[in-house]
Design a protein around this ligand. Structure first.
Ligand code: PHE
Length: 397
């Protein structure tokens, strides 16, 4: 059943059997980099999966035969001496060159975990030979429609590696939790936005540089990929009126060339609070509380004057470096402070544009970059890492 010729036949385009491959070193197989090593291990795994499925479909005519074929497949893969797993250990891992050793080590451990879950024993029920032959036919005709029937349905299946929360989602949730506890609600808006909501309603005049073709990704002259989450401010005012307390997480887009701190797609969270008697003190108090919750009770916040067309007055918020406590280090670039976000009191014209009477109500708003927050908090130096899907990076979260 597991003859070299049979395996060769199954794996069209691959000239060597799996046992011939594990008898060679990775270098001899031409696996000279991470990708080569990964595909060698992927092939090993596919072979094991295939043989397991084949065994299930084959069945056995009685318990004796069943035990025998299950054991022989188990030994073929897992026997301490001469099993394919230990041969891979011997020839692929132990003799791997320095350059590929780390990746070979990781791949081998992953394969070993996978192999430990194969559960070769007790895999099949003893089925009459006729039925077994039929199953075999099915398998060879169309392997993908075979539904293996383990003898005991409570047996564990294949182990799939557990995923984890993406660092951006994790940062977003941390921020959301703080504001949800303060009574804010989460509001979202469209990523394809009109120039009205993205610019005009926010008091951003025709002449503003952010409206330029070189800064904004337009779909047509009136439609664009939103450049910030601020348009949700107007949408929320229209939807709920006042009072309103919201945060608005979401993706934003700008015409930026990707580098270690820029990405044409990034994430923001906007905050908006509108009520009677809201003052700058409320803004300062809330953002100070937020910074302490996120970065630790020790941090202090600093507000500096700034300008945004949709807030008046406007500010930039920085937090004292939570790593060096403001003394100066690599994380805060020796300044002692980490710039966090823009904020300000909602411009009365913006309230009016949202249908709210600035004579009765006032409000504050802020906008922060989730990607930047995650980079600062988790000490990540390159924003591109978030979007490359590299398991070695993602596994750390
Ligand atoms: N929308 C601003 C930006 O993207 C951030 C901001 C939001 C500033 C709300 C003030 C108030 O840069």
């Amino acid at each position: 059943m597991h003859s070299a010729a049979a395996f060769r036949e199954r794996t069209s385009g691959i000239s060597m059997t799996i046992e011939e491959k594990v008898a060679k070193t990775l270098a001899e197989l031409g696996a000279a980099d991470a990708q080569g090593v990964e595909s060698a291990f992927a092939e090993l795994r596919r072979a094991a999966e295939h043989e397991r499925a084949e065994l299930i479909a084959r069945g056995a005519s009685d318990e004796g035969e069943r035990d025998r074929v299950c054991k022989s497949l188990r030994d073929r893969w897992l026997a301490r001496k001469g099993g394919l797993l230990s041969l891979a250990d011997e020839h692929w891992l132990k003799s791997a060159s320095k350059g590929i050793k780390p990746v070979a080590g990781r791949q081998f451990n992953e394969f070993r975990r996978f192999a430990a879950c194969l559960e070769f024993e007790n895999l099949i029920e003893a089925v009459p030979l006729q039925q077994a032959a039929e199953r075999q036919m099915e398998l060879s005709l169309s392997p993908e429609i075979v539904r293996p029937t383990p003898r005991d349905l409570t047996l564990p299946g294949f182990c799939r590696p557990a995923g984890s929360i993406h660092p951006i989602s994790r940062m977003r949730r941390e921020i959301e939790d703080i504001f949800l506890n303060l009574g804010f609600r989460i509001e979202t808006g469209p990523e394809i936005e009109t120039t009205y909501y993205n610019f005009d309603a926010l008091n951003i005049p025709e002449s503003h540089p952010s409206r330029d073709d070189w800064d904004t990704l337009y779909i047509d002259s009136k439609t664009l990929l939103r450049t910030h989450t601020s348009p949700v401010q107007i949408r929320a005012m229209e939807k709920y009126g006042a009072p309103v307390y919201i945060i608005t997480p979401g993706k934003c887009y700008r015409r930026d060339n990707p580098d270690s701190t820029h990405s044409p797609m990034f994430h923001q969270i906007e905050g908006l609070a509108i009520d009677t008697d809201i003052t700058f003190a409320d803004l300062k108090g809330t953002l100070d509380f937020f910074a302490k919750k996120l970065f630790g009770e020790k941090v202090r916040t600093r507000f500096q004057p700034s300008f945004f067309p949709f807030t008046e007055p406007s500010g930039e918020v920085a937090v004292s470096c939570f790593v060096c406590d403001g003394k100066g280090c690599r994380v805060c670039k020796e300044s002692g402070w980490i710039e966090l976000m823009g904020c300000g009191m909602v411009n009365p014209q913006v309230l009016r544009n949202g249908g709210i009477d600035p004579g009765k109500y006032s409000g504050w708003a802020f906008g922060l970059g989730v990607d930047r927050f995650a980079m600062v908090k988790y000490d990540i130096s390159d924003i591109q890492l978030f979007f490359q899907g590299d398991m070695r990076f993602l596994e750390q979260f």
